[in-house]
Design a protein around this ligand. Structure first.
Ligand code: BTN
Length: 324
């Protein structure tokens, strides 16, 4: 993306002809800039890691992309209807959720995507931090203006979890599970987390910001999460394309989000149940001021976990962490 927020037309053109040569003349005509300006922009892209061949009197050919999550790449490789019609991209930012909330307050439309290569103040649930090193994972937030009641907002988190688990399974071929309320696990370790924040009054939602962090190619984690966190690379033993996971996630999200908006949340719930690693198992839930143990029976429309305690009662748990 250019500094002023507009799209890099040269990158869009080269991406649309990836693997083929485009003459300098054609580029300068289409972009309305001089051949020297084209050459300068090509060098700028090379500095970002794009491998671009140039053959005198033939032209330029994009051979390889550096797996950056640039808006041009997202636009080129996905067919989306409402998501990511507007994209805010940052090489580095504090937190995409915080930025998205600011943008939403200033009227950013439904579906706006805020994405960063690095977060220096990534936020997790319950005031925790979310480690977001440069170019290793996917750190994004989506601004949504749903026609739901405020109490129905947890459905958005569930929808997001389903979309992300499906994308990881499809692209990386890895068994990814949803751990209630909104963690994604692979081989029992956390690979992604979701943080949904909302601005609402008593009976209507102004906007929702749903943020997700996916550890894609991380190879190391700080001591405090080393035992509990993993990445797709650590599990599969190879680099996983961030852009592929991202674009698959966005298209899955559009599909499941539509069910949610069309009053068919039951379909999302069914997929959530299939992907859950808790249902039918013993769970210990640690909440802010309670602890509970029992059998996880089901999850309901509001995202509450129904737990049958050893005393035989069924408790409806709305928040907490599962530790078993
Ligand atoms: C959790 O599991 O505790 C939730 C983690 C959410 C992390 C994502 S990364 C993108 C977005 N921006 C943030 O600051 N947090 C979310």
């Amino acid at each position: 993306m250019m500094k002023d927020g507009s799209l890099n037309e040269l990158l869009l053109l080269l991406l649309s002809k990836k693997g083929n040569y485009v003459s300098g003349e054609e580029i300068s005509e289409k972009l309305g800039v001089s051949r020297t300006a084209v050459w300068k922009q090509v060098n700028h892209l090379r500095k970002l890691g794009y491998e671009i061949d140039s053959v005198p009197r033939v032209g330029y050919c994009l051979k390889k992309s550096p797996d950056l999550l640039l808006p041009e790449e997202i636009i080129q490789s996905s067919r989306l209807e409402f998501l990511a019609r507007k994209i805010y991209y940052y090489p580095s930012i504090g937190s995409t959720n915080d930025e998205a909330k600011k943008l939403a307050q200033n009227g950013a439309p439904h579906g706006t995507l805020v994405i960063a290569e690095e977060q220096t103040g990534g936020k997790g649930r319950l005031g925790r931090r979310w480690v977001s090193p440069p170019r290793e994972g996917i750190w994004l937030s989506i601004i949504l203006r749903p026609s739901l009641e405020p109490y129905e907002a947890p459905r958005i988190t569930m929808t997001c979890a389903v979309a992300a688990a499906k994308a990881i399974r499809k692209v990386a071929g890895i068994d990814c599970w949803i751990k209630w309320p909104n963690d994604l696990l692979v081989e029992g370790k956390k690979v992604a987390g979701i943080l949904t924040e909302m601005s609402a009054d008593m009976d209507s939602i102004n906007f929702v910001v749903t943020g997700i962090g996916v550890n894609v190619n991380n190879t190391d984690f700080p001591a405090e999460i080393k035992e509990t966190a993993t990445s797709l690379k650590l599990v599969s033993g190879k680099n996983v394309g961030r852009l592929k996971i991202l674009t698959e996630f966005l298209s899955q999200f559009e599909v499941v989000y539509r069910y949610l908006e069309d009053g068919e949340f039951g379909k999302v719930l069914e997929e959530w149940r299939q992907l859950s690693c808790n249902l039918g198992r013993r769970v210990r839930i640690i909440g802010r001021n309670y602890e509970l143990e029992g059998l996880a029976l089901d999850v309901d429309d509001d995202g509450a976990l129904l737990v049958k305690t050893d005393g035989g009662t069924v408790e409806r748990v709305l928040s907490g962490d599962v530790s078993l």
